[in-house]
Design a protein. Structure first.
Length: 118
């Protein structure tokens, strides 16, 4: 029988923040997987497609900020969508003072390269 209760388990802000930090690295405010992510086709060659940052107003968990990372496998074109709970500081780095911000991959690349050169 499926352990359905585990899918509704409440997490603390600290435990989620720690888990995200273990699995994702932020470069100039943009998250990247800390380890290779395998695709169902066996490849681990992904292209980042876009980032979306927003403030999540529902719930009382204290985890109000999110970043969606959209990646596409270069071999089979499978698309992956990862939604991360991020800290307010991480959100503020890329929110542009708006409740939501979207960066397509070319813009994200330009901002990362500019930040690294500074």
């Amino acid at each position: 029988m499926v352990d359905w209760e585990k899918y509704f388990r409440l997490e603390t802000v600290e435990s989620v923040t720690e888990r995200v930090a273990e699995r994702w690295e932020f470069v100039q405010g943009f998250p990247f997987p800390a380890t290779e992510i395998p695709c169902g086709c066996g490849s681990s060659d992904f292209q980042l497609r876009s980032y979306s940052f927003w403030e999540h107003e529902k719930g009382e968990s204290g985890m109000r900020y999110r970043c969606a990372v959209i990646m596409k496998c270069r071999d089979c074109s499978e698309v992956r969508d990862y939604v991360l709970a991020i800290t307010k500081d991480q959100f503020d780095t890329r929110s542009q003072g708006q409740p939501a911000s979207v960066y397509e991959w070319r813009t994200a690349l330009e901002l990362i390269e500019e930040g690294m050169a500074a």
